[in-house]
Design a protein around this ligand. Structure first.
Ligand SMILES: N[C@@H](CCC(=O)N[C@@H](CS)C(=O)NCC(=O)O)C(=O)O
Length: 252
């Protein structure tokens, strides 16, 4: 069974229920779609297999999925994309079978599904050790990588509090891991002062996450101020050729 935007190309009535792995990807379409229609049904599965890439990214343009696409480009990975739209597209049974949260990004690799942007970035960094996009396992820098990876999630939700007009009282600040946005931002500000990268002396997957997050918080949602310590940090990384390529690809 093969599906294109929910339309089943199967000739058998019993095959009408679409499985997520059969959602056609961008490079399949329309080249694969047209080729497929010319094939007898039995050959379509083989054709599909020949066209399969190592990774499949489910994304919306732009979204947190753009960070994963940036990472895939940075790694030189062999990947395909399934581009969806916000709204009903993410809540179809086919997509909920990929990610029951009905959210992007999701990444398929070796038959498994991975979700959560920070986790996917880290997983990809480990898949391409020759790209040095994560500090060496067991090193102090790797420990710092984990520290700032976890911190990024707190920062994100501290900012969401502000976005939703929620302020924390003293008792809540003591219980909530990030305290409040000002404390989290001060911590990041101090860390980035005089630093080129989040950890160590080279670009890592963490710089993709923080640049993407800061860009969203500053430029789009306008939740945090456009202070040079933040804008200079993110601009330094947003000029990478791999990010320019993401912007080109997302225009198509
Ligand atoms: N914790 C998830 C959050 C994913 C998320 O919220 N993605 C948004 C797009 S940036 C989404 O898919 N929203 C659509 C929806 O919830 O319907 C991650 O870090 O990947």
């Amino acid at each position: 069974m093969l599906c294109l935007k929910g339309q089943c190309l199967s000739e058998s009535a019993s095959d009408r229920h679409c499985r997520p792995e059969m959602l056609l990807t961008e490079t399949d379409t329309p080249r694969f779609y047209n080729a497929c229609l010319k094939q007898p049904f039995a050959s379509r599965h083989n054709l599909r297999r020949q066209h399969m890439k190592t990774f499949t990214l489910y994304t919306v343009n732009p979204s947190r999925g753009s960070m994963i696409r940036w990472m895939l480009e940075e790694c030189g990975a062999d990947y395909d994309t399934v581009t969806l739209s916000l709204g009903a597209d993410l809540k179809t049974p086919e997509y909920l079978a990929v990610n029951p949260m009905g959210k992007v990004p999701a990444l398929k690799h070796k038959g498994e599904t991975f979700t959560e942007t920070a986790a996917i970035l880290t997983y990809l960094a480990e898949q391409f050790p020759e790209k040095h996009l994560i500090p060496e396992a067991g090193s102090v820098e790797r420990g710092q990588y984990y520290r700032w990876l976890c911190f990024s999630l707190h920062l994100e939700y501290a900012a969401m509090d502000k976005w939703r007009g929620i302020s924390n009282n003293d008792m809540q600040r003591q219980a909530i891991g990030y305290g409040d946005l000002d404390t989290a931002l001060n911590t990041l500000r101090r860390h980035l002062q005089g630093r080129e990268y989040m950890v160590g002396n080279r670009f890592s997957a963490l710089d993709i996450y923080y640049s993407g997050l800061l860009e969203w918080l500053i430029a789009y949602a306008q939740i945090i101020p456009a202070e040079p310590v933040f804008t200079e940090y993110m601009s330094r990384h947003l000029v990478r050729p791999s990010f320019a390529r993401v912007q080109e690809l997302e225009k198509q």
